[in-house]
Write a protein that binds this ligand. Sequence first.
Ligand code: CTP
Ligand code: MG
Length: 556
Amino acid sequence: SLQKVETFLQRSIGTDVVAAQPEAPTRDESDEKGGCKSLHALQVERQEQAARSVLINCQSRTREKTLLKYLSSHGDIKNYFFYESDDLYAVVEFAKRENVASLLEGAIIPSGSHESAVPFKSRLLTLRNLHTAKSPNQQSGQQCQVQTAFPITELIKNLSREDSIDQQITSLTETYQLTEENTRLRFLVCSLLNDITAAYFPECTIKPFGSSVNGFGKLGCDLDMFLDLDGISGWNVKTPKSGLFLEYQMKQASSARAVTQNILYVIGECVDQFGPGCTRVLKILNARIPLVRFSHKPSGFQCDLTANNRVAMKSTELLYLYGELDPRVRGLVFTVRCWARTQGITSGMPGAWITNFSLTVMVLFFLQKRSPPIIPTLDHLRDLAGPADKCVIEGNDCTFVSDFSKIQLQSNTETLEQLLREFFEFYGTFQFSKMSLSIRKGQEMNKPEMGPLHIENPFETSLNVSKNVNTSQLDRFVALCQESSWLLQQSETNKPKVNEDSYNVLPWGLATLLLPSQVATINTRKKKRREPASARIKSLLESLKNKNEPKMSEGL
Ligand code: CTP
Ligand code: MG
C-alpha cells in the first residue's frame, strides 16, 4: 500500500494538479437508460463517496507529502484536495469506510480540555504536528481549490475578452457553476450532519437538494438539506393479513407537521450543542417548511436543514432534468441569475425580492414558450412517466418521467444570444397584472389571486412560488428587463470592442448588462425623470475606459 501511495504522490505532487481525481464522475457519463445519469443515481454515488471521506483542519501546515504518507497508513486514499476558508482544510476520500474507522481510532480528544470538550467524535479533525516548532514559517505549498464565487469585476473583464455573446454566456456558466471539489464538500457536510442525526435515527439519510444538486448552483450558494426518514425500515411495510406480528410502540404527536417540528427541534439542539464547526444555529420551526439554519464554519456553507420535505426533492429533480435536456437551459439560467444578482433583483437576504428559484422557473417558462419549444411542459413529462415514476406526496401529483431517453425534443436552433435578448423582451412586456406563469401547462393562466407576481408552484399548484414579491420589486425587474433588452439591441454594446491593449478591455454584450444600472436606485414613481439609458451607458463606458472600476460588491 505504501508503494502505491509513493507512485500516487509522484504522479500528483510537483505537478500543478494537486487534487487527484482518478474517477471523478462527470456530467457526460451516461447511464444505460438515456443520455444522463438520474439525480438519484448521482446522489447515491456522492453519498457513498462522502461516507468514506474526512475533513481535516491543517492549521499546522505540515508538508503535503508527509500528511498523505501519515493518512495512507490507514488505507488507500482515492482522492483529496485542499481549500482555504477560515483556515487551511483538506478533504480526504479513503477507499473504504474501514479506513476512516481506523483513522478515527488513532485520533485523540484535545489535550488540556478533557473536561470542557463535548466528547462527540466526528469526521471533522485537526492535524497536529509536534515538530512544527522547528520550522514555524514552513510553507506547506498546498495548492488550494477555490470555494467562493469569482469577483464580478473580474468576470466583467473576462467576458469582455470573448468573441461572441454565446461564448460570454458559456464562459459565465463555467466560471460560476459548482466545481467537482465544491460538490464533494457539500455532500461531505451532509454526511457529517448525518452522523449526528443517525444517533437517533440510524436509518435516516441527509440529502442535499436545491441548487447544490439541481445543476444551477453557483459557488457560494447555500446548502439546502433534508432529513429523509422514509428509508426507515418498516415504514412502508403493509400490515400482515393474518398471524402474529410485532409493531413498535411509538410516541404520537398531534400532526405530521408537529412530528417534523419536534424532530427538527431536537436535531437543531444537537447541532448547536454537539456539532463541531456548526455555529449560529437558528430553529425556524413555524415557517411553512420548518427548518434549522446554521453556519458550517469549516466549509463556509450557510446550511438550511429541513425534514420530511419530499416535494422540494421532486422540484430539485425536475430542475435537474430540465437542465440536462439542453445546454441552453443552464446557460440562460446562470446568466439571468447572475444578471439579477448584480442588479439587486435578487438578494442574499429574505424579503420582497424575487428568489433564484422563481427566476429559474421564469426561464423555464420562457423556454417552453419558444416556437418550437426548447423544453416540454411538466404535464407532458407526466404523460411520459412509467408506472415506477408514479409519485403522490400529500395529495399532490409529483409524477414525471425519469427516463430521459423517452423525451423527444423539438428542433429549435435559436442561439443563446437570441434567447437572452428574447428573454428580456418577453418579461419586459409580460402581462404580470393579469396572468400567472405555469410550467406545468407551459402557458400563462388567469391569475387566481391578486399578488403582483404569480408563479405557480409546479407540484403544489395552489401555491404561488413568488408570493413574497411586492409591486416595486416586480416593477424594478420589468424596468431592468426593458433596459437590458434595449441594451442588447444597441450596436455599441453587441459587438466585441477591438482593443490592442488586453489590460484595458471595454465591456460589451453581456458584460454591459452586468454593470450597475440606474434603474436599481430609482424609485418607481420617479421613473419618468431618469436620464435616457443611452446616456447612462455612455457614461458607464467612459468610467470603465478611465479605469474607474464600477462600485460593486465583490461576491455575488
Ligand atoms: N423550493 C420550492 N418552493 C419554493 C422555494 C423553494 O419548491 N417556494 C425548493 C426548490 O426545489 C428549490 C429548493 O427548495 O430549489 C431550495 O430553495 P432555495 O434555497 O430558496 O433555492 P435554490 O434553488 O437552492 O437557489 P439558491 O441558489 O438561491 O439557494
Ligand atoms: Mg438554496
